[in-house]
Ligand binder design. Structure first.
Ligand code: NAD
Length: 295
């Protein structure tokens, strides 16, 4: 049992903190949102009046924040975590952020003698609640060994991806595959419609052929073939198009910085950006099929 400060108890952080409470840790929660703190308190976390109060007493700090600027500010800004914690506190950022920010924050922590991991997740709110997230972790082997047991209380698959930033790299590469493959599957169903090919028949063929992929067989963008997919509930998210647009932008930012050629990633970033701009950002990202059908 450890004392764990949890900063950012929103849609994902809230249920993750709840699983740490269930695992008998003392969880000190802080968030700028009163409502989210209310929910964290209701599941057994201790409500802290300030971030400094939360992290000063902690052996481990976990953050689950929106994006890179928030993570930089919370760790390295005035009154930030790096200047407030006890020596030896392990820092874990589970937010999805740009690789550069992840490396900059870890370097700032290292300069203060602290170990830090980037540990973004996949699995969504459902996985966060069920404790079945996949963690992709960047940082030293020593820090990973210290964090693994706690991460396993919030997730099912814990992968040490490499040095600092490697967790974020794994996350955006995976999501670039997902974003592109959903566009591909959607284009194929829209073409099938125009050709008069029954959707279920396309599914029956492609799911057993070389077109098979997760976007088709687990998250099919048309209603019917996969009853659990968001298409069957009018594209209620799931994973929002706005989140997908953010991850596609992160992938493009990283590709440009690293000189990687990713033309389909660039196209997908534009397509999900368009979906967002058209006011559909809160729909599930698989509703991209409607945009591509001109609906
Ligand atoms: P969210 O907006 O529900 O939660 C973020 C929380 O951070 C909010 O409660 C907000 O008040 C808090 N916050 C922001 N700035 C803060 C600060 N300075 N101090 C304290 N609290 C602060 O978002 P979410 O859906 O929980 O996502 C969190 C991260 O997880 C994002 O990086 C997202 O990309 C990633 N992620 C989300 C999902 C998903 O399905 N929702 C899946 C995988 C990864």
């Amino acid at each position: 049992m450890a004392t764990i400060a949890f900063i950012g108890v929103g849609n994902m952080g809230g249920p993750m903190a709840a699983n740490l409470v269930k695992a008998q840790h003392k969880v000190l929660a802080f968030d700028l949102s009163k409502d989210n703190l209310d929910r964290a308190e209701a599941v057994g976390a201790e409500r802290m009046a300030s971030m400094a109060d939360a992290v000063a007493a902690a052996e481990i700090v976990v953050t689950m924040l929106p994006a890179g600027p928030e993570v930089r500010a919370v760790y390295l800004g005035e009154g930030g975590i790096v200047g407030q914690v006890k020596p030896g506190t392990l820092l874990i950022d589970a937010s999805t952020i740009d690789v550069e920010s992840a490396r900059a924050v870890a370097a700032g922590a290292a300069a203060a003698g602290l170990e830090m991991l980037d540990a973004p997740v996949s699995g969504g709110v459902g996985g966060a609640s069920a404790g079945t997230l996949t963690f992709m972790v960047g940082g030293t082997a020593d820090a990973f060994a210290k964090a693994e047991a706690v991460l396993a209380q919030m997730g099912k698959t814990i992968v040490h991806a490499g040095a600092s930033g490697a967790g974020q790299a794994a996350k955006i590469c995976n999501n670039m595959i997902l974003g592109i493959s959903m566009v591909a599957v959607s284009e194929a169903f829209n073409l099938a419609d125009k050709l008069g090919l029954d959707r279920q028949k396309l599914f029956d063929v492609a799911s057993r052929s070389s077109g098979q992929c997760w976007s088709l067989t687990s998250y099919c963008p048309v209603p019917g073939p996969v009853p659990t997919s968001p298409a069957n509930r009018d594209y209620q998210a799931g994973f929002t198009a706005a989140m997908m647009a953010k991850d596609m932008r992160l992938a493009q930012q990283a590709a440009q910085a690293a000189g990687a050629v990713t033309p389909l990633g660039a196209a997908a970033a534009q397509i999900y950006g368009l979906m967002n701009a058209a006011g559909h950002g809160q729909q599930d990202f698989s509703a991209v099929i409607r945009l591509l059908a001109g609906k």
